[in-house]
Each structure stands twice: as structure tokens, then as C-alpha cells.
Write a new protein. Structure first.
Length: 496
């Protein structure tokens, strides 16, 4: 006999067992559990009505744990001691043809929630409605249909927006790097036989040739690609982001610069069973203050207004073995706040410059609730989503190394940088909504993010007479288990 619906777990995270897939289990076929937190894990099998489960045995673990039947029930359970490294095996032997395996601490599943909500909605469906038609058609496989209805694509909304915000800040940070080096930089350069220092000087000095004026104008553009693997709860996707940032700043003091910047982003994302476009407009206040001993601090605060155009396809096999295909669309709005601050110090040796730095970033994202609309016709399966809130706090520690090369027409400065980032928040989230008249349905959930990852970048900056400059940079994200990201930036600045 086949257990038609059983779940297997591969690791535990933040006190919950993470279910990363589904598996049909035949009689005596094993389920493997590899917990990684410090809690014991309890496995329980709940047969459906009129079905029996004769035994749950052969638990391989220290101490020889044996299964038990809860008195007065058909529920068979065993508690698995967890030392964070052992893998345990459970064999299922019995006559059950359907049922549910529960792993506690309990983890709700969107597919199950959608399936139950659909059954409840069908009981109240209006005659002749699209929902009533879906109910009458039925499914060849209820579990596959529920999986098709569950919008795993919506979890990409939070991740994509946080990426957009980070890109805008990164554009401004390129300007801040130029500002703090232009204000106080101990490099001494030789151009056409003349000595120039980038740490300032009196009016009319040769040092002014490479200096910013009081007013600086800059524009940065970028192109970023990202590929995300599909996980247990989240759809995989490929995305392309085009963005531009323009700003103007003023040097209020010799060691203090503050300014305003404005940015636009367009992100197109293609994923399994859907696609998404995001348009974002960002306003930002930023500044840099140079301290004694070649130390500096910089900061930025931004607000973003975002609009989505999200589309997903629902496709499953009906009871008569024909295929239902439907398309639904949603257009939520969102806003985002970003605060960040950094500290660093320049160490110079001849034409070399070494700059260690630390930064902290806070992001708060608010996505409005919205309702999907059927495209072409109502599907009866449109969902209404509740509003979402997501927060992220990251720390960044790293360093850059630059080398200034003098030429007859200016200075070329190649630079490499390596950062370690740690995510403190942005935990796994649940997204709730409603299907027809059934409220508070768990429609999607995300996996927990990678807590630690790295950024490796390289750039080259050309600095010309009167402080004009142009730069080109490339950055790659390393160490994330499911995401590969590549970023190219190009920009210029003109002082006045």
C-alpha cells in the first residue's frame, strides 16, 4: 500500500522542523530526519478516518527509542533525542492508504491550508460562480491541485524589495567613498612632473586640481542579475534589475558633506508559474564626516515608494483528466524605510590605500493588502492577501585596498573590496489571506534566510582635472545557499 501524503524533514531551524519537500512512502520505506537545533523532535502519524496504522518502528537513534500509541487513539508517535548531528530513520508498516505525518514543533503548510480552505469554500459557493465550477470539476490529485493554488511566488516580493533598497544605498555609497577620499586622503601623486595631494590645500594651490568643489553632482547606473533556486516553500526565480541614482551634495565644512539623491529601479522577475515587475522610486539623504587620524563616518536615510505587477498561473489536472489553466494578477503597493551608518579608517602607504570599515543597515518594508483578479475570466481561485511587514538588520565588516596610478591625463585607481554580512532579522515569514469566504488562510511561507554571506567587488576609478571622475565596478555575492547575484555599476561625478 502507498501512504499518499507524507512529509519528510531534512533539518530543523529556529525551533521548527523545516519540511523541504514531499515524498510518497510505500510500506516499509523509510523517512529520514536530520534535526539541527537543540530540541527533541516528535514524529506522529495520524491516519485518516476508517484507516489503520499497525506499527511505527525501527527508530535508529541513541538509547534505542521505541514508538508508542497514544491511548484511545490510532496516533503512533516517537520522540527522537537531538544532538544536532545524528540522522534518524523511521519505517512505516501498516495498511493506511492516506494520512498525515505531523512533526512537532508543528509547522503549518500552505498546501494543506489551501486544500482545507477550498473544501470549506466549496460548501458556501454560489451556484453558477467560477468557484462552484471549480468545485464541481474536482481534481485528479487534490494535493497537486492545492500545490498549484498556493502562491509560493509571493515570497519573492520581500526579497526583491530588500535587494532594490540595498542597490540604491550601494549607489550612494560609491559617492560617499569618493567624498571621504576627496576631503582627506593622504595619497601623493605625480602627474606630468607635478606633485598633487588629495587631502586639500589652500585656494590656488596645485592640490585643487583633483579636488571636489563645494557642490558635487553625480549619477550612477547599474545592472544586476540574480538567480534563486527553488526551496521547500519558495519558488525559484531569475531576475534582472536596472537602476539609476542621481544626487547633489554640498561641502558645508572642509570635513563635512551632506546631500540628497533620487533613484529609480525596474525589476523583472521570472519564476515557475508566474512573473513579477516592480517599479520603485527612492529619495535619500546622505552625509560624510571626516574625523581626526584619517577616520570617517557616513550615513544615509531613504524612503521608497513601490508598485508591483504580479502574475501567476494556476494549472492542475481535473477529475476528468483534462487540464485547468487559469491566470490571476495582483498589483499591490508598498513603502520602505532604510537607515544605515558606517565607520572606517584610511591607512596610506605611498600610492596604496587600505580602508577597513563596518556598517549597519536597517530596512522596514510594508506591503499593502490586495486582491487578485482573474485575467480573461474569473478562476474562482483568486486570493486576497493581508498586508505584510518585514524587517532586516544587517552588519557589514570588511576592507578595501586601492592603488593610485598617475597618468598624463589624471589618476587611475583600481580597488578590490571584500565584505562579510550578517543578517539579524528577516526571519522566515508567513503570508495570510482569504480564499472566497474563508479567511485567515496560510497561503505562503518563506524559508529562513542565510545568516552569513560575503560580497567580493572590484572597481576602477578615473579622476581628472578639477575633480571630475568616472568609475566602473563589479560585485558578486558569495556564500548564499540558494542565490547567485552579480552587479555592474557605472557612474560619474562633476564638482562645481
Amino acid at each position: 500500500m502507498i501512504l499518499k501524503r507524507s512529509y519528510f524533514a531534512v533539518k530543523a531551524l529556529t525551533g521548527m522542523v523545516l519540511l523541504t519537500g514531499y515524498s510518497q512512502l510505500a510500506v516499509a520505506v523509510q523517512m529520514f530526519v536530520s534535526p539541527s537545533n537543540n530540541n527533541n523532535v516528535t514524529l506522529s502519524f495520524f491516519p485518516n478516518a476508517n484507516e489503520t496504522l499497525s506499527d511505527l518502528n525501527n527508530i535508529v537513534c541513541p538509547g534505542g527509542v521505541v514508538p508508542s500509541i497514544k491511548p484511545g487513539t490510532t496516533v503512533s508517535s516517537c520522540e527522537v533525542p537531538n544532538n544536532g548531528t545524528d540522522q534518524y530513520r523511521a519505517d512505516y508498516r501498516g495498511t493506511a492508504v492516506d494520512g498525515r505525518l505531523q512533526i512537532t514543533p508543528n509547522l503549518e503548510l500552505p498546501d494543506e491550508s489551501i486544500k482545507q480552505a477550498f473544501a470549506e469554500a466549496c460548501r458556501g459557493a454560489s451556484e453558477g460562480s467560477a468557484l462552484a465550477t471549480r468545485c464541481q470539476e474536482g481534481f485528479a490529485d487534490a494535493n497537486a491541485a492545492a500545490s498549484a493554488m498556493a502562491p509560493s511566488q509571493v515570497t519573492a516580493q520581500v526579497g526583491q524589495i530588500i535587494k532594490i533598497s540595498g542597490s540604491q544605498v550601494r549607489n550612494v555609497r560609491m559617492r560617499l567613498n569618493a567624498v571621504q577620499r576627496g576631503i582627506k586622503n593622504p595619497l601623493s601623486l605625480d602627474i606630468n612632473g607635478k606633485k598633487y595631494q588629495l587631502n586639500g590645500g589652500g585656494a590656488g594651490d596645485e592640490t585643487d586640481v583633483l579636488q571636489d568643489g563645494r557642490i558635487g553632482v553625480f549619477m550612477n547606473g547599474r545592472f544586476q542579475t540574480a538567480d534563486k533556486k527553488q526551496t521547500g516553500f519558495e519558488a525559484g526565480f531569475n531576475s534582472e534589475n536596472f537602476g539609476v541614482t542621481a544626487g547633489v551634495d554640498y561641502r558645508f565644512l572642509d570635513n563635512l558633506v551632506m546631500g540628497l539623491a533620487f533613484g529609480y529601479d525596474n525589476t523583472d522577475t521570472t519564476m515557475n508559474k508566474g512573473n513579477q515587475e516592480i517599479n520603485a522610486f527612492t529619495g535619500m539623504f546622505y552625509g560624510n564626516y571626516n574625523l581626526a587620524h584619517d577616520m570617517f563616518i557616513d550615513w544615509a536615510a531613504s524612503y521608497s515608494d513601490l508598485g508591483f505587477d504580479a502574475q501567476r498561473t494556476i494549472s492542475y489536472v481535473k477529475a476528468n483528466n483534462t487540464v485547468f489553466n487559469g491566470v490571476v494578477k495582483g498589483a499591490p503597493n508598498a513603502n520602505e524605510y532604510n537607515l544605515n551608518a558606517g565607520f572606517g579608517k584610511n591607512f596610506a602607504l605611498g600610492a596604496w590605500l587600505f580602508t577597513p570599515h563596518v556598517r549597519f543597515d536597517y530596512i522596514e518594508l510594508n506591503i499593502d493588502g490586495y486582491k487578485e483578479q482573474g485575467q480573461g475570466q474569473d478562476t474562482g481561485l483568486e486570493l486576497q492577501y493581508k498586508s505584510q511587514v518585514a524587517r532586516s538588520i544587517t552588519s557589514t565588516a570588511g576592507a578595501s585596498v586601492a592603488y593610485a596610478v598617475s597618468t598624463p591625463w589624471g589618476v587611475l585607481t583600481p580597488e578590490v573590496s571584500f565584505d562579510w554580512q550578517h543578517e539579524f532579522l528577516n526571519d522566515a515569514t508567513k503570508i495570510f489571506g482569504s480564499l472566497a469566504n474563508v479567511n485567515n488562510v496560510l497561503v505562503a511561507r518563506s524559508n529562513a534566510p542565510d545568516r552569513d554571506y560575503f560580497n567580493l567587488s572590484g572597481s576602477i576609478v578615473g579622476t581628472f582635472a578639477e575633480g571630475r571622475s568616472i568609475f566602473l565596478s563589479y560585485e558578486a555575492r558569495l556564500g548564499q545557499s540558494t542565490i547567485a547575484s552579480h552587479l555592474v555599476q557605472l557612474g560619474f561625478r562633476i564638482p562645481f
